[in-house]
Design a protein around this ligand. Sequence first.
Ligand code: NAP
Length: 325
Amino acid sequence: MRHTHLRDLEVSRIGLGAMGMSQAYTGAGTDEAESIRTVHRALELGVNFIDTAEIYGPYTNEELLGRALKGHRDEVVLATKFGMVSHGGDGPGNLDSSPANIRTAVEGSLARLDTDHIDLYYQHRVDPNVPIEETAGAVGELIAEGKVRAFGLSEAGPDTIRRANAVTPVSAVQSEYSLFTRDPEARVLPALRELGIGFVPFSPLGRGFLTGTIRSTDGFAEDDFRRDNPRFIGDNFKHNLALADEVQAVAAEVGATSAQVAIAWLLAQGDDIAPIPGTKRVSRVEENAAADTVRLTPAHLERLTNLPPAAGTTHTEAQMKMLER
Ligand SMILES: NC(=O)c1ccc[n+]([C@@H]2O[C@H](COP(=O)([O-])OP(=O)(O)OC[C@H]3O[C@@H](n4cnc5c(N)ncnc54)[C@H](OP(=O)(O)O)[C@@H]3O)[C@@H](O)[C@H]2O)c1
């Protein structure tokens, strides 16, 4: 497994997103033993960059990783996120990046992850009610105290990134980026490159769509996040299925799987990019990690880059309001 740097933080080029082990997608939370085996297999394969958040569960995903990483903490670059749980009373799902809330959040995350430090601590969504300078200052204090090693932002736009970075150096921005979601290319990636900040694409497999294994949403559980997601509904779904078929056609030519092609395309977009495909299964972490060895020809890269845009927004209307792009 190759490595890269997100500013000073060295990580495997392919990470592991842990969210789906506890929430969002069908089957989440049903097989803790397999989830833990998946984390251990990732480490064996050299995938050392693991992603969670206090809101995942809420809390149970961090607790799961705390158990999974017992005896392995030093092998991992562990990333978690604050700011989507307001500990002052409103609870999960409410933005709060005030310094007081961050202080409470970090102690909870450290306890659940069973560690004395977080390697990469992201603000999960920009909080319109708290100047980003205050948030950045609070994380800077945690870095000075040794509780956090590096500061990150998620779905933040260039202006917020610049303002935050002026107070506390930002090591990584994590936003949705994949063959289906190209938004960061226009404004965010150029700003990150100018500032020397790394980029972590989340949902690099288009929430599973790009793997070609989703042909219908009938089997999705009632609480599957994708049931309300515009990309997975009606005519959008049909349009996007045709794009997934194009990825599958390239995969067949390359002798790889669709998931591997989707990840390899991201890796080819720059050395400063470390995607975090999510899975709760050993077989898939093996498949996804092997994308590190898939090399796409210039012709294949061009064909993928020129795919038509996916139909439907990446989130529901309400969720889109929380994104800066
Ligand atoms: N910052 C944010 O706001 C934000 C938002 C969303 C996600 N994230 C982070 O990004 C990580 C990854 O994103 P994601 O999980 O949303 O989406 P993703 O990585 O694009 O896709 C995950 C889905 O694809 C399936 N899958 C994984 N590998 C596969 C393969 N090789 N073949 C077929 N299916 C496969 C998984 O199912 P199985 O688990 O059953 O394999 C899961 O349903 C998350 O875990 C989370 O840590 C961050």
